[in-house]
Design a protein around this ligand. Structure first.
Ligand SMILES: [Zn+2]
Length: 213
């Protein structure tokens, strides 16, 4: 939402009325309820700042705005750990741990490290899922490269497609040359989120199938 507020000049004694767009996400608790601007400061014609209050976590944060009043960034950026279903956490506790470490790196703007972390998390998720379906081949699966492991051990077509494509994007995060210029870490995260969903569903269906009358 846009608001016109009276702001204080850092290099001038004249207060001005300027337009500010209110942040749509709190950087502390990630709530979509967002911030309510308490007051604003302008440093130049190009940069202005606002101090914002989040009604969800009762926290106060600082937003940097451009000359049109749009939000450029918000501080402090706190990391909120992602929770997964009990079935998925039991299947691959290492995936959950590495995914959240990658996410913590990402929220500290360490995007290069985060990409490598998501790629590692992906490998644990797929291999632990493959092992759960083919327990006799556990040692072989652990030592395989990821792509042949997906081709040989993942039967569900949706999970297979998502696994192959996330692995492609994951390799872009670890190699010197990027093959998919128009894709980034957000695409890989979307694919991993979909993988998590389909694997969780598969685990629930298996559990239902194990019920006999
Ligand atoms: Zn908040």
């Amino acid at each position: 939402m846009e608001r016109v507020i009276t702001v204080y000049g850092l290099n001038s004694s004249n207060n001005r009325n300027l337009t500010f767009v209110e942040p749509d996400e709190c950087p502390i608790c990630k709530s979509r309820i967002a911030g309510k601007i308490l007051f604003g400061i302008y440093e130049s014609d190009y940069v202005r700042y606002s101090l914002d209050f989040c009604s969800a976590c009762k926290g106060v944060f600082l937003a940097t705005h451009n000359s049109s009043g749009e939000v450029i960034s918000c501080e402090p950026n706190r990391f909120v750990e992602k929770t997964f279903t009990d079935e998925l956490t039991a299947l691959s506790p290492q995936f959950v741990k590495i995914y959240n470490q990658a996410s913590a790196a990402e929220s500290s703007s360490l995007d290069e490290i985060a990409g490598i972390g998501y790629r590692k998390a992906l490998e644990f998720l797929i291999k632990d899922f493959a092992i759960s379906q083919n327990s006799d081949d556990a040692d072989k699966i652990k030592n395989m490269r990821l792509s042949p492991c997906i081709n040989e051990y993942i039967d569900n077509t949706k999970i297979k497609q998502l696994a192959i494509k996330s692995a492609w994007l994951g390799n872009d995060e670890t190699h010197y040359v990027r093959k998919f210029e128009d894709r980034d870490i957000n695409d890989m995260k979307k694919f991993i989120d979909a993988l998590v969903y389909f694997i969780s569903m598969d685990l629930i269906v298996s559990d239902a199938e194990s019920l006999t009358s």
